[in-house]
Design a binder for this molecule. Structure first.
Ligand code: ZN
Length: 101
């Protein structure tokens, strides 16, 4: 067991963008120095929804980001998010570089 007493955020925080309760994301294999991160998984989250347009306009990629909080230092940030659910629901992205063949 990891010592979590010193951690700033050990109980599910609420996303400031959509007021959803955030969930743990397994971060053991990522470079965050933490076994997990708090991530807002709400697909209606304003940050997440705005992210699609923003990223499409700036880097031309269908990618977004989700709000996250690091449990140890309480620092807020974003992580990139590709959403298979989004694609399933809305069909394939209208990408001029994408070819069906
Ligand atoms: Zn949110």
């Amino acid at each position: 067991m990891m010592e979590t007493k010193e951690w700033k955020v050990t109980e599910a925080p609420t996303c400031p963008h959509c007021r959803s309760v955030m969930e743990k994301m397994d971060a053991r294999y990522l470079d965050w120095d933490s076994p997990y991160l708090w991530v807002c998984y709400n697909n209606e989250c304003t940050l997440f929804k705005k992210g699609w347009n923003h990223m499409m306009e700036t880097v031309g990629q269908l990618v977004s980001y989700r709000f996250m909080i690091h449990p140890q230092n309480g620092q807020a940030g974003v992580i990139p998010a590709f959403s298979p659910d989004y694609l399933k629901k809305n069909g394939k992205p209208a990408n001029p570089n994408y070819s069906e063949e």
